[in-house]
Ligand binder design. Structure first.
Ligand code: ADP
Length: 598
């Protein structure tokens, strides 16, 4: 499939043409920039050609109107789909979405959240639908990847009325973070679901994302792309108390403050240029402002990496991308120097010579460094092309009705735990067979104890497992007084410990989790539903009054599994269902995530 991708800013149009089959291959890359006095600079790269010229063109819209003729010139007029990068998808768009009147109207409702970015994206969408009325178009949102961030990361501690009005953190650069994290997993040959990655995107805009076991857990950007790191012209973090001061002392209006924070701050505000190359040159020449700006830039990034290592309870890899991340060995070194205490050691020679050509992702950590460090080019346009093709190829979920079962709190025990709790060699008594063949609930029960309280008579499910796993609800976690992460079953590294009490003794064991909702299924049902192991689907559960859609439900295929969705008691209560119910798969899987679970 031949896909054109548009990436529209307020003062530039970048686009790429990609041939997408099993992989996405770039065929042509172009940009229209520096619009001034009715002319602009055009750059086109195609095969061995790399041409620049000045064209008559007074803005982004007229540049887009030029594109069909340009494609004709390169024999690329047979495009089959258009992908649009859209800055803000709010809480409405968790995945790439095919554009029709209804989705466009929904995107329009988000303009107040991104008044500087979304209108330009919407204008490009309207124009390209007029230029290519017969061709399907897809929006890929910068925010979608971060919709997995937990509420404690996305919620600002502000009055409820403000939160009700939509004030919350979203995070941006999602397409880039998702791509580079996937690239890291590929490069080092470890499943993304087993990695804790700090993804450091340093371009004109800059953000760091905590990619925790394949999902975004936190992003340094917030409700807008202004929070977080120092950027080319954006401030990043500023004490919100400063705004009243600026108003009272300098008489600045909200619009003036906002404009200054977006376009007169960051590197430009600190040292006069938004371009890191200028600053590095000036700093070498002794310019004190440029020197301080570089120090602030690196310090802020280092603080976020440390914070995200803590957020993810550890760090396996750091990946640098974006113009500065890719091209400035000295900035990479400044950011990482001093992180030896958490296992980060750079190989200075490898850092200096990192060669990214051919989409390489070189590792630049020193021998023996516990944390891997990689550098790679981001490929947002390529990723958008891929996601556009995937969104169009995604089967419409049909007949996706499945049984839903509510899992109460329970434990799976190891042999050693049974010995400690019930006595050496004790054999549990299977009492109730479960619907998953071979699984049962035991007659015996245990007590689960935390620093704040305990859960009595917790069910034990058999057969025994290699590692003890304790599955509770979020409500239970407050009874115990322990902060418990959401995990896929069996992914127990770095999970909190808890005390189990049995008639013969107690065990202190890790493996305390809120089980991620999932669907057990078998190969035949999976094929009928169009699903693969590791896919994630959205499932609607419950009746009209309290029903809701559960996003990101993991598909687990077992040879003999009974097809059934498992949710916990909190989730069941939220959806207003009792013991058993049915759910309907309403949105399909993404192959990118699919690949990571194979
Ligand atoms: P955007 O976010 O607009 O896509 P880029 O990812 O292209 O921006 O990043 C632009 C930034 O990268 C600029 O600050 C530029 O100075 C910086 N940059 C590019 N090459 C180098 C280099 N060799 N050394 C230091 N900084 C560089």
């Amino acid at each position: 499939m031949l896909v054109i991708v548009f990436n529209v800013g307020s003062s530039s149009l970048k686009f790429g043409v990609f041939r997408v089959d099993d992989e996405a291959r770039e065929v042509l890359k172009g940009s229209y920039e520096r619009f001034r006095d009715g002319v602009c600079e055009v750059r086109i790269r195609h095969e061995d050609m790399d041409d620049r010229w000045t064209a008559e063109c007074d803005g982004v819209s007229s540049a887009i109107a030029e594109v069909p003729a340009l494609l004709d010139r390169f024999g690329l007029s047979s495009i089959e789909a258009v992908g649009h990068r859209v800055a803000h998808g709010g809480a409405l768009f968790a995945a790439p979405t095919i554009l029709d009147e209804a989705t466009i109207a929904r995107i329009e409702t988000l303009t107040p959240l991104a008044p500087l970015h979304n209108p330009a994206n919407l204008e490009a969408i309207a124009l390209s639908r007029r230029l290519w009325p017969e061709i399907p178009q897809v929006a890929v949102f910068d925010t979608s990847f971060h919709l997995s961030n937990p509420p404690f990361a996305t919620t600002y501690a502000v009055p409820k009325a403000w939160r009700d009005a939509g004030l919350r953190r979203y995070g941006f650069h999602g397409t880039s973070h998702k791509y580079v994290a996937t690239r890291v997993a590929e490069e080092i040959g470890i499943d993304l679901a087993d990695l804790r990655i700090a993804s450091v995107h340093l371009g004109n805009g800059a953000s760091i994302c905590a990619v925790n076991r394949g999902v975004s857990m936190d992003s340094s950007m917030g409700m807008t792309p202004l929070e977080g790191l120092v950027m080319g012209t954006r401030s990043g973090d500023v004490d919100p108390g400063a705004f009243g001061h600026l108003s009272r002392q300098l008489g600045l209006s909200i619009a003036e403050v906002e404009d200054a924070l977006y376009s007169q701050s960051g590197l430009k505000g600190l040292a006069g240029s938004a371009d890191m190359r200028d600053l590095e040159d000036a700093a070498t020449g002794g310019d004190a402002d440029a020197q301080l700006a570089i120090e602030i830039y690196a310090y802020r990034a280092r603080k976020y990496i440390g914070a995200y290592a803590a957020a993810m309870a550890g760090l396996d890899a750091i990946v640098f991308t974006g113009g500065i991340g890719e091209n400035s060995p000295s900035m990479r070194r400044r950011i990482l120097d001093g992180l030896e205490f958490m296992g980060v050691r750079l190989d200075h020679e490898r850092n200096q010579v990192a060669d990214l050509s051919g989409r390489a992702a070189p590792q630049i950590q020193a021998y023996g460094s516990r944390v891997r460090v990689l550098v790679t080019e981001t490929a947002e346009q390529m990723m958008i092309a891929r996601e556009t093709a995937e969104a169009l190829a995604r089967p419409k979920p049909s007949n996706g009705i499945i049984a839903v079962a509510v899992s109460g709190r329970h434990v799976h025990l190891s042999r050693a735990a049974v010995d400690a709790l019930f006595g050496a060699g004790y054999v549990l008594t299977p009492e109730t067979p479960l619907r998953q063949p071979g699984n049962w609930a035991a007659r015996e029960r245990v007590v689960v104890k935390g620093p704040k309280g305990k859960l009595e008579r917790v069910a034990i499910l058999g057969p025994l497992r290699a590692r003890t796993q304790v599955e509770i609800s979020r409500t239970d976690s407050f009874v115990l007084g322990i902060d418990v992460p959401v995990r896929d079953s069996g992914k127990l590294d770095d999970t909190p410990s808890v005390t189990l009490v049995g008639p013969a003794g107690t065990v202190e064991t890790e493996g305390l989790i809120l089980a991620a909702r999932h669907i057990h299924t078998n190969p035949a049902d999976a094929a009928r539903l169009g699903l693969e192991n590791g896919d994630h689907v959205d499932v609607h559960v419950g009746d009209d009054s309290r029903g809701l859609t559960f996003a990101r439900t993991l598909i687990r295929i077992g040879a003999n599994s009974f097809t059934e969705m498992h949710i916990d008691t909190d989730e069941a209560n939220a959806a207003g269902i009792g013991g058993a119910a049915e759910g309907q798969i309403v949105a399909g899987a993404t192959a990118t995530i699919r690949a990571n679970h194979q």
